[in-house]
Design a protein around this ligand. Sequence first.
Ligand SMILES: Nc1ncnc2c1ncn2[C@@H]1O[C@H](COP(=O)(O)OP(=O)(O)OP(=O)(O)O)[C@@H](O)[C@H]1O
Length: 597
Amino acid sequence: MDRTFQVDLRGVVDLLSHHLYGSPRVYVRELLQNAADAITARRATDPAAPAAVRIEPPELTGDGTLRVHDTGIGLTEAQVHELLATIGRSSKRDELGFARHEFLGQFGIGLLSCFLVADEIQVRTRHADHPTVLWTGYADGRYRVELADAGAQRPEPGTTVTLTPRRGADQWLTGPTVTELAGLFGSLLPIRVHVGEVETTTGPPPWSAAVGSSTAERRERLIAYAREVLGFTPFDVVPLSVPEAGLTGVAFVLPAPVNPAARAGHRVYLKRMLLTEGAEGLLPDWAFFARCVVDASELRPTASREALYEDSLLESTREALGDQLRGWLVRLADSNPLRLAEFLRVHHLGVKALALHDDEMLRLVERWWPMETNLGQTTLAEFRDRHGLIRYAASIDEFRQLAAVAAAQDLAVVNAGYTYDSEIIERLPAVDRSVLIERLEPSDLTTRFDALDPGTALALRPFVATAQRALDRLGCEVAVRSYAPASLPALYLVSRSAIFHEQLQSTRERADETWAGVLDAIAASGPPERPQLVLNHRNPLVRRITALTDPELVGLAVEALYGQALLLGYHPIRPADAALLNSSFLGLLGRAVPGQE
Ligand SMILES: Nc1ncnc2c1ncn2[C@@H]1O[C@H](COP(=O)(O)OP(=O)(O)OP(=O)(O)O)[C@@H](O)[C@H]1O
């Protein structure tokens, strides 16, 4: 024999309050929603019917209850039995069970949220000329349906919901709280809502065309709205519209940088009822510089009505909104580059992240974002115009090591060590094949240095041999060249393959046998170029050192130059380097300080 499920209402209410709804305050939203839907339903057949909701908090009812009156369609006795006695039953779905477009509700559980704050819910309702019906439900699952006495008939169609607060929940029903919640959730509703004498509806959304006669006025109004509701003065206001989702609204561009990883919360209304002040997933991740306030009629809520339901419509809406923000950026670049520069100063990380997969944004960054170079700040486009190609150092350390020396050789270099910069540069040729790029290889610099004349080179051979002996154990090659600036005595240059080999070596020392074997195989694939200490023959001190005859002093001096070049070039100091720095310093000090032990 088939049986029917029994429902433990207390269990369901517990589930709702602890696992579905974030706070008991949602009961106000659910009541407003039912009232608004009932009015919509009545007006579908009687467009001239009144459309008003009045909430009377306990301060006005005087008996400790809260009452919500609406001029909606009301329910017949049969409907009361059918709709109010079955959890999950709703009049707002079509024959196929789909949510009906014109209504806010769809799940058939909203009224239950009143049990979060009330022990008893009473619904007094009248549909058209039918008699007034009284339904009383209790938190323990009992309910009663009765017809009202002749003297207690409602004079007009509509519904009054009366809540008797549960112990400890009175604060959710007080006048000030209900006024605040009715304003929060329902301020944009297209019907008038009063709590006592106070109207909590404010008319159409502030971005709608009906508000403010001119665009400038509307903008001012929106800026004031952002200040009041979101707490900041926006950098700009971008109108949004996605007809497919029945969405209208605005994006407020934030005036200060935000952490791109921080989830952006948007204020979302569905059919003019506040869904949430912190919706996620409305904009693409890269658009973290904007906060939206939107109203949509086609997007769906999750059952808790506190978030947007992730479906293909939300996905295409997100894309459309992303396009609109991108369009705003491109327009700004064309119409007001100064303003764009200001925007980029604040939000360049977001724009750069976007440029990694968006050609238009890539061009925008190339044209407008000033990058650090060893010849001052310039945009990539200017740099390319001036130098024919984009030469860049891919890390900040590499740039620091080489910037001054490269500049002295008339070699312009972009510092592409900041987040996304080298990826952006490397992506440019894919979008515009005329763009030439070249990653600066530190060891390439030596090819720009002047060789010494053969006579000098020959005379320096003994010195180079002694110096080389001193640095052999550090795996470093010694060379003498002549280059600018003369003030720089020595430069330590490592090719990228040598850096890789060094990292491989230090991992090898810490690795277990299997892993070490793998690393050895990689290392065997090609002998690394050795790092070079390039002494500068134009430097007066270096000249004096090359003239020394005492091999011990030559060793100490070269070791000291090696250490100094490492430090100046921001190279990592290995234990062997640290020991050498120490011994060469003490050795030189020992030589410098006169006297016997
Ligand atoms: N004020 C009202 N006037 C007329 N009918 C109402 C009213 N409140 C509730 N109802 C009826 O009771 C049904 C159940 O209401 P309930 O709030 O539980 O669910 P819902 O509004 O249909 O969906 P949701 O769970 O999404 O709010 C509604 O579908 C509606 O038919």
